[in-house]
Design a protein around this ligand. Structure first.
Ligand code: GDP
Ligand code: MG
Length: 437
């Protein structure tokens, strides 16, 4: 699945200290695949990730997060920006404000019309009027009437009349008389984009000059949504998009494809058939959903927020000079602890959260180690090599630990330093990419 994909993208990059050409290429490929899996149109996924790649190459990586995690953060920020940054409101400044609803049959126009009417009625006190503009199926008129009764919003119908333009004009005339603040015109759709449907909606548009034209699209239609959106926008120049059926198992990649193609804001999302919830579109949430990445973003943000960059640079310098010592080790522990409960942090990483659910990792996990470092003399901390077996024994006693624990800790520390040396050697040989698996 998607989040596993991203996990493996991270794994590829684990231990890489900076974003370089080679690891960006690998991650970008994974992220592109993730986007396509989320139903983002392939061409758009490619264009998008190419753009992200250029941006990522300029980024410096904090030691607190892996480059993979940082990459996902960059991708998410770009997604959010592309999807409009923040939520967009309806323009309700006219009296009455005319809102035209358009889209394919079954996309959710009528359901959304009901939700919108209910919201404008109860939350905005706009006294909306619903107009039954789907005149070809008797059941359609009835459907809107039933919705209207449920939410106590009047529905304008002319069951005998097939002239939708005339119906719309008549409805607006009545709305002016009745003092309705908003007129919502629900229209007919067809199973595929066709000329007759387009002409009809375009005619309504020209006749009533709506303030808002909302294009309703089923998020489950995935890649097709792009073509539909383009066809409707070419004819109607709509003002916003409504993405429906997000309560299904779609990742919602259509949101990205549509905005990339028509550059119109998504104003609402629809999740379910209940009429009492109208959901504003939040680019941030959608980006996270598309990437399927759990809370990885907050993890990175928290790390960026908390991590002391100066301190990190100092330690990195010492690692490069093969001079990593116990003072540095303790500083790093402090940094990790500052970032919050360890289990919480680990739990934010997709894939890991589940695995560690039942394991007891307490913040005390570091206490023993810290006690041992604290029992060292400043000289010992700065020069780990002078710690003889006799000194180990003294340190263990001072920390209230068994000598075996002290030995295990020393062994781990030496292994760590060995790994650092190894890394430095590769870097010294000037072989970029040697660290890649
Ligand atoms: P229209 O033909 O565009 O007017 O579409 P409708 O509003 O009649 O909806 C078509 C079908 O999709 C109906 O069965 C609705 O109950 C269902 N539907 C509409 N919106 C949603 C939604 O957000 N989630 C789900 N799960 N179903 C929806
Ligand atoms: Mg309908």
């Amino acid at each position: 699945n998607l989040s596993d994909r991203l996990d493996s993208a991270f794994k590829l990059l684990k231990g890489e200290g900076r974003i370089s050409e080679i690891n960006v290429a690998t991650t970008v490929k994974e992220i592109r695949r993730a986007l396509v899996d989320a139903d983002v149109n392939y061409k758009i996924a490619k264009e998008f990730t190419d753009k992200v790649k250029d941006k990522a190459l300029g980024e410096k990586v904090l030691t607190a997060v892996s480059p993979g995690q940082l990459m996902v953060k960059i991708v998410k920020d770009e997604l959010v920006e592309l999807m409009g940054g923040t939520e967009t409101e309806l323009d309700l400044s006219d009296k009455p404000t005319i809102i035209l609803i358009a889209g394919l049959q079954g996309s959710g126009k009528t359901t959304f019309s009901g939700k919108l009417a209910n919201y404008l009625n109860t939350k905005k006190h706009k006294k909306p009027l619903l107009v039954a503009g789907d005149v070809y199926r008797p059941a359609a008129i009835n459907q809107l009437q039933v919705l209207g009764e449920q939410i106590k919003v009047p529905v304008y119908t002319e069951p005998e009349n097939k002239d939708v333009v005339q119906i719309a004009l008549n409805a607006i005339a009545q709305a002016k008389k009745d003092g309705n603040g908003v007129v919502i015109i629900d229209t007919a759709g067809r199973l595929a984009v066709d000329e007759a449907m387009m002409t009809e909606v375009a005619n309504i548009k020209n006749a009533v000059n709506p303030r808002e034209i909302l294009f309703v699209v089923d998020s489950m239609t995935g890649q097709d949504a792009v073509n539909t959106a383009k066809a409707f926008n070419d004819r109607l120049d709509f003002t916003g998009v409504v993405l429906t059926k997000l309560d299904g198992d779609t990742r919602g990649g259509a949101a990205l494809s549509i905005q990339y193609t028509v550059t119109k804001p998504i104003k609402f999302v629809s999740m379910g058939e209940k009429l009492d919830t109208l959901d504003v579109f939040y680019p941030e949430r959608m980006a996270q959903r598309i990437l399927g990445m759990g809370d990885i973003i907050s993890l990175v943000e928290r790390a960026q927020d908390q991590f002391d960059e100066e301190e990190a640079k100092k330690i990195e310098k010492k690692i490069r000079a093969n001079k990593f010592d116990f003072d540095d080790f303790k500083t790093q522990l402090g940094q990790i602890k500052k970032m919050g409960n360890i289990k919480d942090l680990l739990g934010m990483i997709p894939g890991i959260g589940k695995a560690i659910k039942d394991i007891d990792i307490s913040d005390d996990a570091f206490k023993g180690i810290e006690a041992m470092i604290d029992s060292m003399t400043p000289q010992e901390r700065a020069n780990p090599d002078i710690i003889t077996p006799a000194r180990r024994k003294r340190i263990a006693v001072g920390a209230g630990k068994d000598i075996s624990e002290m030995n295990a800790f020393m062994k781990q520390f030496e292994q760590m330093r060995g790994m650092m040396k190894q890394m430095n050697k590769f870097k010294g040989m000037g072989m970029p990419g040697m660290g890649m698996p």
